[in-house]
Design a protein around this ligand. Structure first.
Ligand SMILES: Nc1ncnc2c1ncn2[C@@H]1O[C@H](COP(=O)(O)OP(=O)(O)OP(=O)(O)O)[C@@H](O)[C@H]1O
Ligand SMILES: [Mg+2]
Length: 582
């Protein structure tokens, strides 16, 4: 018998599939070739919902559904009267890379006109699921439908063709062509005589930007645009392609507050026009602010879907992590020692100017400000990665030569960069090698690396930071984004520096590990290490810093003690206080 069935329990578990069988109190429903749900019905509804997988055997999703709104067999025999057809439905998706099962049961359903959050710890399988939807990865098993029709994607073009657009954290624009050309690449509007019409392209791009409520010049080259603008351009491109489903994988990680708000407004407009949006983020305030429903994943598996207004942050976190976690580690005040770093009048034409500050042993100095204020640029100059043309950096009483990161490292400075994937890792080397890279001198005996010691050190740090990998010997490129970040953090935290710069230490790191990172930073300060912490997250700055420097457009606009630092005083200096410095 072939018919549609939808079994919904009040706890949000949902079995939906085809070809059902009915035996006494039991219903079985085939979801895909590899998965079937079995539901044992009792008087009150569904008392047990069991997922069978030919790969993993039976698994009880929830032993006590106790639902009352379970659809009765007669109601479910036809699709009519059901909730709207999902724009996109992936069920029981499986994706393995050799022995690593990245996705064991990926399930997501996106309705038209909803913003749907996908949350889970680092390595839960979110990006893998996105890459399947984008046509980058092929499904090993599972069922995939768009607007009710089964689809099989051979490549990215197939995914685009059915109206799926993906915005990745790092935009993929071509830097040396114009904004308009980027939007219409490969399908530029043609004028009479079949020639590409620049005017038509320009006005089409303008119309898109008007629709999105943003002002970007379609004729400028893409190079040098902020990440926020680049993302908006990707969205404009998605709209021009008539995207019905927009997927954003951690789009806000590199955006400032104003830019995040603009992106959200754009997302809300698209929702109003009937698009389905999938939004991935580690920031719960954003998820709860923006999204209509939330799907939680853990260890490659679907856990549950909730209507946002029916659920709390704590409940979501518990489902993600499987335990209760504190969002922030309580600050431990360490005794402050001598000055370790003195920066005087540092300047680089057009980037930052007149930067002066000190950091003392045992102190955590927060460097706050909006994205683009010049914080990372200052940190890179202090560490010697970039040159500066004015001022000086003094470290432990010795003036450092500019532009010499090796000398800084040798002298005892460490730097955990913001863009950890690009700057902090050797992608082809193993997790163990990467973790122990900065430890090599200490682990080497007579110039030969003690491999066992390297493995032990790496394993210890991986465990402390909950790095999720099947083996320490895998290439670091196979780790999830957040887990790669943890490896870079481990690598530097293990070196025992005298001064450490951490740039956005918990960006992209899941809630379960955030407090661990905070604890490690506190531990380092307690051991007398001086720390400069760049962070765009106000709770992190307020929670961790002994003193806060605020930057705005390349200048320090405020220096606040722990007592003076409040969200208002920081935001004021980060946004509106240019007059004071000019
Ligand atoms: N190409 C690959 N080869 C081997 N393992 C992989 C590959 N891609 C992903 N994995 C593994 O699959 C798991 C899920 O990774 P994924 O990137 O989907 O996580 P995520 O939920 O996006 O995490 P994050 O929040 O850190 O971005 C991880 O354990 C990762 O190591
Ligand atoms: Mg990811």
């Amino acid at each position: 018998m072939l018919r549609t069935i939808a079994l919904d329990s009040s706890l949000g578990h949902r079995a939906r599939g085809f070809e059902t069988t009915h035996r006494g109190d039991e219903w079985e429903c085939l979801v895909s070739i590899t998965f079937r749900y079995r539901c044992i019905l009792d008087i009150d509804g569904c008392s047990e919902l069991v997922l069978y997988s030919t790969l993993h055997g039976p698994e009880t999703i929830h032993p006590q559904c106790g639902g009352t709104n379970i659809a009765s067999p007669s109601e479910t025999s036809t699709p009519s009267g059901e909730a709207p057809e999902p724009r996109l439905a992936l069920r029981g998706a499986v994706k393995a890379f050799g022995p690593v099962v990245a996705l064991a049961e990926g399930t997501i359903e996106i309705l038209p006109g909803e913003i749907h959050a996908l949350v889970g710890e680092n390595g839960a399988g979110k990006s893998t699921l996105v890459k399947i939807l984008a046509g980058l990865y092929h499904l090993d098993a599972g069922e995939f439908r768009v607007d009710g029709r089964p689809v099989v994607f051979r490549n990215v073009a197939d995914s685009k063709a059915v109206g799926i657009s993906v915005i990745y954290q790092e935009p993929t624009l071509f830097p040396d062509i114009t904004v308009g050309e980027n939007i219409f690449i490969g399908r530029q509007p043609k004028g009479r005589l079949g020639l590409i019409s620049r005017a038509a392209m320009r006005s089409a791009a303008r119309r898109l930007f008007d629709q999105l409520g943003v002002r970007i010049d379609p004729d400028r080259v893409a190079e040098g645009l902020s990440i926020a603008d680049q993302q908006i351009i990707e969205i404009a491109k998605a709209i021009s392609l008539d995207a019905k489903i927009l997927i954003m994988d951690e789009p806000t990680a590199a955006l400032s507050g104003v830019e995040v708000e603009r992106l959200f407004q754009v997302a809300r407009n698209l929702r109003a026009n009937g698009a389905g949006i999938l939004f991935i983020s580690h920031r719960f305030d954003e998820v709860f602010d923006l999204c209509d429903r939330i799907t939680v994943m853990r260890d490659g598996r679907y856990i549950a879907t909730h209507v946002t207004t029916d659920v709390t942050v704590d409940a979501i976190v518990r489902e993600m992590v499987g335990r209760d976690v504190g969002a922030l580690f309580p600050k431990e005040v360490a005794p402050v020692g001598d000055t370790v770093l003195t920066v005087r009048g540092l300047g680089r034409a057009g980037v930052f100017s007149d930067i002066s500050f000190e950091v003392k042993a045992g102190e955590v100095v927060g460097l706050a400000g909006l994205v683009g204020a010049g914080r990372t640029e200052v940190a890179r100059a202090v560490f010697g990665i970039d040159p500066y043309d004015r001022g000086s950096v003094e470290f432990l009483g010795t003036r450092l030569k500019p532009h010499n990161p090796k000398a800084s490292t040798d002298a005892g400075m460490g730097f955990v960069p913001e863009d950890r994937r690009k700057q902090g890792l050797v992608m082809d080397l193993s997790v163990a090698r990467n973790t122990a890279l900065t430890l090599r001198d200490r682990l080497a005996r007579f110039g030969i690396i003690d491999v066992r010691a390297e493995r032990t050190a790496a394993a210890e740090w991986s465990a402390r930071l909950h790095v999720k990998t099947t083996s320490q010997e895998y290439a670091v490129s196979t780790l999830s984004g957040g887990n790669q970040q943890k490896v870079v953090l481990a690598k530097w935290l293990a070196t025992d520096p005298k001064f450490l710069i951490v740039d956005e230490p918990t960006r992209g790191i899941d809630v379960g590990t955030k407090s661990e990172v905070h604890r490690l930073i506190s531990d380092l300060a307690g051991r007398g290490i001086a720390i400069l912490m760049i962070s765009s997250e106000l709770p992190e700055v307020l929670g961790m810093a002994d003193r806060v420097l605020v930057m705005h457009e390349g200048r320090i606009t405020a220096e606040l003690s722990r007592a003076e630092a409040t969200p208002e005083s920081i935001m004021h200096a980060a946004t509106a206080s240019l007059e004071r410095t000019q």
